[in-house]
Write a protein that binds this ligand. Sequence first.
Ligand code: PSU
Ligand code: MN
Length: 303
Amino acid sequence: MNQHIKLSPKVEAALKEGRPVIALESTIISHGMPYPQNVETALRCEAAAREMGAEPATIAVIGGKLCAGLTEEEIDYLGREGTKVTKASRRDLPILVAKKADGATTVAATMIIAALAGIRIFATGGIGGVHRGAETTMDISADLEELAQTPVAVICAGAKSILDIGLTLEYLETKGVPVLGYGVKELPAFYTRESGFNVDYKVDSPAEIASFIKAQREMDYPGGMLITNPIPEEYAMPGAEINAAIAQALKEADEQGIKGKETTPFLLAKVCELTGGESLASNIQLVLNNVRLAAKIAVELAK
Ligand code: PSU
Ligand code: MN
């Protein structure tokens, strides 16, 4: 094991015994949701994974250690500190390690640490992507590059329309990342089940997804996979309402000159504020739904 990795006793035991393990990220805790719902959701995700037979490994950098498996106190700390914690993507990891500092890991950084720890499945809410206006800002999330080079399958609820969904799919195609739809032909748009864009392959069972991941690993070339799982019908938001909130959030971000790593957290918080917490309730449900699917895939892979 890499010298900078620190596994929790439970994660270490599960990996050693070949039991299913799924990674969970921590930027969603610090920057993706408000306190205390962020901590509650993180703990509910861990419980949901265990219920489905997979050990959860929530990932973050604590005191310069690349941790897979956090204590409740550590999760609570990340949730309370919120945006005061460093949002850690690929480029931040060496600095945090050298400075023995803390960081909440994005999808990209979580994938790197999961791969170092030997964890191949990772559930989250939404990934970063190609932002609207990227043809001039060049704002493309490091998450997409990571999917192209790190062997971890990421289960998410599709791409939010704070992003340019079409360009995000084009980018993933260029980078050779398979994009699967669980039970759907259309890429889900996070808060809603439809985006107007198709995925590469519709898949109908966790076993089928596991067979794709297994084939990818057997060929031993770099890169992950994106499995998109639509939000359950009963928690989906009306398209018009969410799109109006997103349009307003994008306008305010532009007016305030928000840039770089601040962009995604700013947009997420604005949308939550503008929808009076309704989007937060949807967000929580879709994350739990993704954790359950990831656990089922991990269970299949461990067979
Ligand atoms: N999208 C969400 N919720 C999130 C994020 C994205 O719906 O919490 C977080 C994830 O941690 C993701 C990161 O990896 O934002 C992407 O940030 P950026 O766009 O700066 O790469
Ligand atoms: Mn960005």
